[in-house]
Design a binder for this molecule. Structure first.
Ligand SMILES: NC(=O)c1ccc[n+]([C@@H]2O[C@H](COP(=O)([O-])OP(=O)(O)OC[C@H]3O[C@@H](n4cnc5c(N)ncnc54)[C@H](OP(=O)(O)O)[C@@H]3O)[C@@H](O)[C@H]2O)c1
Length: 98
């Protein structure tokens, strides 16, 4: 996957407000761990996809690099959390193509 952190959340990376609007709609903040940023959570969410092999996440910020390495080391989300995120995204109208 290229774009596995959706360019970072608006104001932190180069992410656009419109491409992150679904985040709010699906209330994904409620699924984040204590102190876990949206981008770190998203990286773990992307890593949770069963077909994922590699994610390219670009950054020029050493703090973001450290955060992304820590998120990758934390690994995929627990199965129940991943399923809940997928359920919320489905409800918000974002489902995988058949
Ligand atoms: N070889 C090629 O042909 C080619 C073509 C296109 C892209 N690329 C490279 O592929 C990589 C991926 O590009 P992409 O367009 O898919 O972008 P991406 O990896 O989804 O997002 C990169 C953006 O996310 C931000 N970001 C990264 N970690 C973050 C964090 N923890 N918190 C907040 N923001 C964070 C970065 O901002 P900060 O810098 O502020 O962290 C940067 O603006 C880039 O390095 C790009 O240069 C290569």
């Amino acid at each position: 996957v290229r774009g596995g952190v959706a360019r970072g959340e608006p104001g932190e990376g180069l992410g656009r407000q419109d491409s992150w609007a679904l985040w709010e709609q699906a209330k994904l903040d409620e699924l984040r761990g204590d102190g876990e940023s949206r981008t770190a959570w998203l990286l773990r969410f992307t890593l949770s996809h069963p077909a994922i092999d590699t994610i390219i996440a670009g950054t020029m910020n050493p703090r973001h690099l450290a955060e992304n390495v820590a998120a990758a080391q934390a690994g995929p989300l627990p199965d129940d959390l991943y399923a809940e995120a997928k359920r919320r995204l489905d409800d918000a109208g974002e489902s995988p193509e058949a």
